[in-house]
Design a protein around this ligand. Structure first.
Ligand code: UDP
Length: 314
């Protein structure tokens, strides 16, 4: 039985990952400081004897015997990371330092959850791994973007100096059940607004694009990367290349929910990327992975989740 540490294990992605690893029969240390994570996310599998929850902040070191580390801990929504910008920077940078030290001590594999945000507001579309990005280093998104960039560079420093078994993934926008309804992400906002009859808030004119991956697909990709050839460090993009505008998404959600909400327009946040779409050729080749659940189906599952969470019968 493998002993696996998942930092950010009570978060949206972390909880799905813990569940998958437990179903596989692994021992899982689910570590979280519960800033954006929630014990509610562990509800459906908390009785599994192989699950151990540790309330801890990876800004501080941790000592455990582990075979693998998935480092997912970090607020990922602009609302949350901007409210705690300095903590976010520390989580990314001190956090990965502490986890790399733990990996080195245990001779463990370590997977770093990096992000499409390392590409910033990209001048090329779609983005492939070689693209070095267009990030504003002093803007309000920098604590997250630059924090994640620094984390990637430290992973590769440990690889070069200590031959640490690193794996770096760049996660593109992901959605699905257990998204935090208050974290301000577009999919959760639109669905909650549509279900409650509130106005649907589009930032800017709604022509900016994103590409959304359903959570179950993404988790398969994350595990495939951890389990891949030790000589493949990445970074590798994980996401669904199907790209659409936020206006298209708003209209689709309104129709799917059968909502009477109207669409309104608000100011576009500072440094909000205008376009984003992953090139996933590398993941296809090295991991034999690509997303399978398309937007229509994934939205159905997510709407069903929020409908029961909010207890609405719309
Ligand atoms: N967005 C929007 N309305 C909302 C929340 C977000 O139009 O209520 C836009 C946001 O400006 C961005 C896109 O949707 O262009 C995706 O935002 P999100 O915060 O989900 O992800 P990220 O910006 O990190 O890609």
């Amino acid at each position: 039985m493998k002993k696996i540490l998942v930092t950010g294990g009570a978060g949206f992605l972390g909880s799905h990952l813990c569940e998958k690893l437990l179903n596989r029969g692994d021992k899982v240390y689910c570590l979280d400081n519960l800033y954006t994570g929630s014990l509610n996310n562990l509800e459906s599998f908390k009785s599994n004897a192989n699950l151990e929850f540790i309330n801890h902040d990876i800004i501080n070191p941790v000592d455990l015997k582990v075979d693998e580390i998935y480092n997912l801990a970090c607020p990922a929504s602009p609302v949350h990371y901007q409210a705690k910008a300095i903590e976010t920077w520390k989580t990314s940078v001190f956090g990965i330092y502490n986890m790399l030290e733990l990996a080195r001590k245990n001779d463990a594999r370590i997977l770093q959850a990096s992000t499409s945000e390392v590409y910033g507001d990209p001048e090329v579309n779609p983005q492939k791994e070689e693209y070095r990005g267009n990030v504003n280093p002093i803007g309000p998104r920098a604590c997250y973007d630059e924090g994640k960039r620094a984390a990637e560079s430290l992973c590769f420093d440990y690889f070069r100096k200590y031959n640490t078994k690193i794996k770096v993934i760049r996660i593109f926008n992901t959605y699905g059940p257990r998204m935090n309804k208050e974290d301000g992400r577009v999919v959760s906002n639109f669905i909650v607004q549509a279900l409650t009859g509130a106005d649907i808030t589009i930032y800017g004119d709604g022509t900016q694009t994103r590409s959304f991956c359903y959570v179950a697909d993404l988790i398969n990709g994350i595990v495939a990367m951890m389990d891949s050839d030790v000589n493949f460090q990445g970074p590798v993009n994980l996401g669904n290349p199907f790209e659409f505008t936020m206006l298209e998404l708003a209209k689709k959600v309104v129709v799917k929910v059968g909502s009477s909400s109207k669409i309104i327009f608000r100011d576009l946040p500072v440094d909000d990327p205008l376009q984003r779409k992953p090139l996933i050729d590398l993941a296809k080749k090295k991991l034999k992975w690509e997303s399978r659940i398309q937007l229509e189906e994934g939205l159905e599952y997510t709407i069903t989740y929020f409908r029961s969470l909010l207890d609405v019968n719309r």
